[in-house]
Write a new protein. Structure first.
Length: 450
């Protein structure tokens, strides 16, 4: 498997010794997630599903940014406590993910507000080792104290401009390039503050993720992910926190999804091209179509230009795929073995090239409708495997087999496709000992429970 690593700016062979440890920067829970956010989160779902599909165990952590300027300001506007306000959007976010069929079985969610102590400890350690200083309205990271700072994003530190490190101008740091770790309390923060050795206040965004990663992954990360806008300042600054202390890479691979555009423009409320999942449901699309479009519409590093027309087109493509699966389930054919999974897997292993992988499926569908005869039972089995990655296909016939007999049955389908009659007979007899009778007819294999 190969991934494009933003660190080396190269495609690299993926190497890991055991469980793949992944951290993803999660949503700021001050509003419903929009389809751009979802593109990045679905890229992460694709990454996790793919790793599991290729038998890697995965441990994934995603944070919820429930404390920052936006969550504070909006909760105050709505006269709601920060907790009630952010929980409402966290709940909506989880609902979106469930309806979009995310594989969440290896994911843990961390709320930034529940990790304030590790954040304070991290800042204390940075001050102690002279990487940070307490000045005026905050505690700041001194970027000039960490000589690798900025290599990741290719920054020219000499010429960094005001605001370049994502810090507002009214902050009293020593250098433009420094960034805030702890923001001291201001009247406008209302009742949102925590006590700290530097007086009451709250953590900066970069410190939040850095502390949560250190807290969850003592031995470092294999993969850190997010949207491309996070490379600088957020990931650059997270990385500086961890690496100046540990002298170890914070993550081996950094994977970034390119932004979703809408009608070839940045999505913004003022341009009227801003969509949440709900907006698309109101227009008559369903979660399956949205998932399929955002996850397979383009390679994660290519821009995806969202249009309603494009989403309609994908909806028809999915329908064609549904019809194909329905037909081969209801009226199976015997014919040449088509090695779909092998082609799909090869594409996926090249930096999750899902558009090429989908291209393989649609080539097969086109060949089938063009009159080619294939072994459709084998195709159906492979599509069931492939759907562990896609999470979007519909299979009409529910299985009457349990896990063990299903495995034997699957092996038999493959043996038959390869015309290995001896093995196929052996598996038929073995299935019989489990109380499952299989009978081959000219067009299909029928199964009966004895
Ligand atoms: P936020 O809720 O703003 O903290 O963003 C959550 C995730 O969505 C981050 O990984 C961002 O990089 C990503 N993101 C934000 N806007 C877009 C977009 N238009 N396209 C793709 N990803 C985005
Ligand atoms: Zn982060």
């Amino acid at each position: 498997m190969k991934f494009y690593n933003s660190l080396s700016k190269n495609l690299e062979v993926f190497i890991t010794d055991n469980t793949v440890k992944i951290y993803s920067c999660g949503p700021t829970v001050y509003d419903y997630a929009h389809i751009g956010n979802m593109r990045t989160f679905l890229f992460e779902d694709l990454l996790i599903r793919t790793l599991k599909y290729f038998s890697y165990p995965v441990k994934h952590v995603r944070n919820l940014t429930d404390i920052d300027d936006k969550t504070i300001n909006k909760s105050q506007e709505q006269k709601t406590s920060l907790k009630d306000f952010t929980e409402k959007y966290a709940k909506e976010f989880f609902k979106d993910l469930a309806q979009l069929n995310f594989d969440e079985t290896s994911t843990t969610y961390l709320r930034a507000t529940e990790y304030i102590d590790p954040m304070i400890n991290l800042i204390e350690e940075l001050i102690e080792k002279s990487f940070a200083y307490d000045k005026g309205d905050g505690v700041y990271f001194k970027t000039s104290s960490f000589k690798e700072y900025g290599n990741f994003a290719g920054l020219d530190l000499e010429n960094l401009q005001e605001g370049a490190a994502g810090v507002e101008g009214d902050y009293q740091k020593e250098d433009f390039g420094d960034f805030v770790l702890w923001k001291k309390y201001k009247e406008s923060d209302g009742d949102v503050f925590w006590d700290s050795p530097w007086g009451k206040g709250r953590p900066g965004w970069h410190t939040e993720c850095a502390a949560m990663v250190r807290n969850s992954f003592l031995e470092g990360l294999d993969i850190h992910t997010g949207g491309i806008d996070l490379l600088f300042p957020h990931h650059t600054n997270e990385k500086a926190h961890c690496e100046c202390l540990s002298h170890q890479p914070m993550a081996t691979y950094w994977l970034h999804a390119t932004h979703l555009l809408v009608d070839n423009k940045k999505m913004s409320k003022s341009l009227g091209n801003f969509y949440t999942i709900r907006d698309l449901l109101d227009k008559g699309f369903d979660h399956r179509n949205i998932r399929f479009y955002l996850q397979t519409g383009a390679h994660y590093r290519s821009p995806l230009n969202f249009t309603l027309e494009g989403l309609k087109g994908t909806t028809s493509a999915l329908k064609r795929l549904d019809n194909f699966i329905y037909e081969i389930s209801e009226t199976p054919q015997e014919g040449d073995r088509y090695f779909l999974k092998e082609k799909f897997d090869n594409a996926l292993q090249e930096d999750l090239n899902i558009s090429a992988a989908m291209g393989e499926i649609f080539s097969l569908v086109n060949a089938y409708y063009g009159g080619k005869i294939f072994d459709t039972n084998a195709i159906l089995l492979e599509l069931k495997e492939i759907d562990k990655v896609l999470g979007v296909l519909k299979f009409p016939k529910e299985n009457i087999l349990d896990e063990e007999t299903q495995k034997l049955f699957d092996l038999r389908v493959i043996a038959r496709a390869e015309k290995n009659w001896a093995e196929s007979d052996r598996l038929r007899d073995e299935l019989l000992t489990h109380g499952v009778e299989v009978r081959d007819t000219k067009d299909a294999t029928n199964i009966r429970k004895l």
